[in-house]
Design a protein around this ligand. Structure first.
Ligand code: SF4
Length: 469
């Protein structure tokens, strides 16, 4: 995952860029970078494996001078990439995942284009985008052609003497939002970066739209299209609660998800409604509001120093963090019938070993798990998560029930089928919980509030939109 931020301001932009980029720290734990353009480019990249963004870049940003800049937090590549192209020098950051990167790289190599950066043994995908852009007739033509060639998802910010070019990927899988303060303009993945640095949202970029932010304001360079496949997971889990995508706030969607779950539990009596922090909390608040049962926190997260548990690349570290960060409160748990809202069940191992187990050890009488999204059947097409297909709890259940891995899981996706019921029963037994009831696809879509065809639901349905094929 990645988050990108860009700004053009009336004076020095480095402080705004520093804090605006830092507000994307929940989206990645591997690399971060800033580039500012004043009299010359100032660029800095650091790994984030041992230290958080703020401490790594604090001294750097204070030395950066210029009124325009771009920043990135990324799990994929070291960025920003600097390229002295035929259109002049530029720096670029990207957010997304290029499915056909090998094919595009081969094509460029054949044309005599060389690559200098390596990212995890492969070509750095941001350098690949930079080189694709440099093949155009001009910068805008280059961006348009690059995005048209890319299969998958890629939004980008490009910094040069003109200002900051912002382009959202043509199917809109990843968001980009424009904002304004007293003296300048900014663009961000997470709209939650704006309020505390004084910006107000002015526009949600359309899929495929390209704009230029400069001292004169926002100049339209290419109109956006109607095809939108924004990632539904942004609202369920990955997005920040204070963010909005397509004008729809994350926290309120999570509350609506919780309400939908509670509506399917009308006949259930419990003592406590709780959520697995952080994103499970808002789902649980919605459940509590709908059911009238008290929201309480039997598990609190020790936040200082701990990021989200799935972002570190190693499973060992993820498990260690998961074990350490949630602390149970026995006084709230003992003898209680508890609803536990969770954003999603990926592997289920952390939920079982480090969450349910803690509640059981503290004497919970009943544990009713309510994931805010349907069973995950497929890993993200764009590598927005670390899971592989065989790790998914639903796939393990299907393998156990069928005696082998199967390709066609249509019946298991249908929440009215007997196979679905058996799969959920298997996962509930594996988790060792009293009951388990997943959100349905339709309720999740209803909670988000966009038409189904404007959302990517691949993780749950395995369906790739016809128009994209
Ligand atoms: S495949 Fe899943 S995580 Fe990836 S963009 Fe689609 S919904 Fe989001």
């Amino acid at each position: 995952m990645s988050g990108i931020f860009g700004v053009v301001s009336g004076g020095d932009c480095a402080q705004t860029l520093f804090y605006g980029t830092d507000y994307h720290s929940h989206l990645g734990t591997e690399y971060a970078g800033l580039a500012v353009l004043g009299k010359k480019f100032h660029r800095q990249i650091h790994t984030l494996d041992q230290t958080q963004f703020k401490s790594k870049f604090y001294e750097d940003y204070r030395r950066m001078k210029g009124n325009k800049g771009i920043g990135v937090i990324s799990d994929l590549d070291e960025q920003p990439i600097y390229l002295n192209s035929c259109f002049g020098p530029f720096c670029i950051v990207t957010n997304g995942f290029i499915e056909n990167s090998e094919e595009l790289t081969r094509g460029l190599l054949k044309n005599g284009i060389s690559f200098s950066e390596v990212s995890k043994g492969a070509v750095n995908s941001t350098e690949l985008v930079a080189k694709l852009i440099s093949q155009g007739n001009n910068l805008i033509d280059g961006i348009e052609k690059a995005l048209a060639k890319i299969s998958g998802s890629c939004s980008l910010l490009l910094l040069n003497k003109d200002g900051v070019y912002a382009a959202r990927d043509r199917f809109g899988y990843t968001p980009l939002v424009l904002g304004k303060d007293k003296t300048g303009w900014a663009v961000t993945t997470e709209a939650s970066a704006f309020p505390n640095i004084g910006f107000k949202v002015t526009k949600y970029l359309q899929p495929g739209e390209i704009v230029l932010l400069n001292e004169d304001g926002i100049l339209d360079k290419k109109r956006g299209g109607n095809i939108n496949q924004i990632c539904a997971f942004l609202w369920i889990y990955t997005g920040f609660p204070a963010s909005s995508y397509e004008g729809i706030n994350v926290e309120t969607v999570r509350e609506r998800c919780g309400r939908c779950l509670a509506q399917r539990d009308r006949d259930m009596d419990v003592d406590v409604v709780s959520g697995v922090p952080d994103s499970g909390t808002a789902h649980a608040i919605g459940y509590a509001m709908e059911s009238g049962k008290p929201f309480r926190r039997p598990l609190v997260k020790y936040t200082p120093g701990y990021g989200r548990s799935y972002t570190p690349p190693s499973q060992e570290i993820r498990d260690l963090i998961a074990r350490m960060k949630l602390i149970p409160i026995k006084e709230i748990i003992k003898g209680k019938r508890i609803v536990l809202c969770e954003d999603s069940i990926v592997r289920g191992t952390q939920l079982k070993s480090f969450t349910v187990k803690k509640l059981q050890d503290c004497g919970a009488k009943e544990i009713h798990v309510r994931p805010a999204c349907p069973p995950l059947m497929f890993p993200c097409r764009f590598n927005l998560s670390t899971r592989s297909i065989n790790e998914l709890a639903a796939r393990r259940a299907i393998k156990a029930l069928e005696g082998k891995d199967i390709k066609d899981v249509t019946e298991y996706v249908n929440h009215n089928s007997e196979k679905y019921r058996k799969m959920v029963e298997w996962i509930a037994n594996d988790l060792d919980v009293t009951t388990l009831k997943y959100q349905t696809v339709d309720d999740m879509v209803k909670a988000i509030g966009l038409p189904k065809e404007k959302l990517c639901l691949y993780c749950w349905t395995g369906k790739i939109p016809e128009r994209e094929k």
